[in-house]
Design a protein around this ligand. Structure first.
Ligand code: COI
Length: 354
């Protein structure tokens, strides 16, 4: 498929933008005027179309609704003061999408469809990119199995779509987190590294229980010993211990290879921190807190960007932090925001111009 020529465009007759105030918008509630929809059938991608945002007509027997063969990505677009639109590290998400697709026995989405479809779609809806701080256009590519058949097997048909949502901060304030001691998110050999819909469904019950107890999210621990940290809610997690930033490594395949995680590692190194990607136990964390060397704990993710953790509860021991005194997380956030807004030079080639 040679890009632009093969993606049909049908424009919306009117724009909904006039009815929406792009300031202080909640995460993921509003959607732009257009979407991309592509079908996979007979081993080929076809019918690529950008069209007005609209509901899908789906059969009740649709395979994805029964067995969850569904994956997604989260990416963000920004605009600079000159009004130029950029996407943050979209190739990394494109590659991760196809890694998820492989693990879930789904077809690969070609670069021309994913990247060119996303570029064209954002170009058409670029007036929806909010300009103010902590706001962006959240890009949600997703794919699901679309066979109308309830036998358990990989589907023969799929749909790939991209929708866009102008959005404000995911977590507005520093969070209180509970170390999850019973439920688990991922096991070695499982699908934790994939952005599979079921990973998020499986996390909801434990998260709801933590919320009922007054926490914002859970800190997921390893499934075998409940000892080593994996992720925090829907984010990767970092601990600043002395002058070292520690984040769980990706070796076991239980952790999502976050694009923001990778960007934070790069910036922390540039800021003079030693970065260790390794197993980190909850005992090491509580000990460092008691010794006074655990300085900061923060989550990273596309939706959340950098999200500070003001309290971390393990059993009945609450580690409390004065986030106002922090240096690393606010500086990583400041630099990342400056690069995204085009205020700081993008030395890493992270910004992809529309
Ligand atoms: C993202 O950070 O983009 C995510 O995928 C988190 C989310 C499910 C909102």
């Amino acid at each position: 498929m040679t890009a632009a020529a093969d993606i049909n465009v049908t424009r919306a007759e009117t724009s909904k933008l006039k009815d929406i105030n792009l300031e202080n918008i909640p995460f993921g509630k509003y959607f732009t005027d257009h979407m991309l929809e592509v079908d996979y059938e007979d081993g080929k991608w076809k019918n690529a179309e950008i069209k007005p945002y609209q509901p899908l007509l789906l059969a009740p027997s649709l395979a994805a609704l029964h067995y969850g063969q569904a994956i997604f990505e989260g990416i963000k677009a920004y605009k600079n003061d000159a009004g130029e639109a950029f996407i943050f590290r979209p190739y990394d998400n494109f590659k991760r999408f196809n890694t998820s697709a492989e693990r879930m026995a789904m077809p690969q989405v070609p670069e021309e469809i994913f990247m060119e479809g996303m570029r064209m779609l954002i170009d058409i809806d670029k007036s929806w990119i909010p300009g103010q701080k902590d706001h962006s256009l959240y890009i949600r590519p997703f794919m699901f199995s679309s066979d109308e058949m309830i036998g358990v097997r990989p589907s023969e048909k799929y749909k790939f779509l991209i929708i866009l949502s102008p959005t404000g901060p995911y977590y507005a304030a520093p969070m209180r987190i509970n170390v999850e001691e019973h439920y688990v998110r991922a096991v070695p050999g499982g699908v934790g590294f994939a952005k599979a819909a079921g990973n998020y469904a499986g996390a909801m019950y434990a998260t709801a229980q933590a919320r009922a107890k007054g926490f914002d999210q859970v800190l997921w621990m390893d499934a075998l010993e409940h000892k080593y940290v994996q992720e925090c809610g829907v984010m990767n997690v970092f601990f600043i211990i002395g002058n070292t930033a520690v984040t769980p490594d990706l070796k076991e395949g239980t952790i999502l290879a976050g694009v923001t995680r990778d960007s934070a590692i790069v910036l922390l190194k540039e800021m003079g921190y030693t970065v260790e990607e390794r197993a980190i136990s909850i005992d090491e964390i509580t000990e460092a807190y008691k010794q006074g060397t655990l300085k900061e704990v923060f989550g990273t993710g596309t939706a959340a960007t950098i999200s500070m953790i003001k309290a971390l509860n393990y059993k009945d021991f609450e580690m409390i932090f004065d986030v106002e005194q922090w240096k690393a997380a606010p500086e990583v956030k400041r630099r990342m925001d400056a690069i995204k807004a085009g205020v700081e030079v993008d030395n890493h080639g992270w910004m992809y111009k529309i």
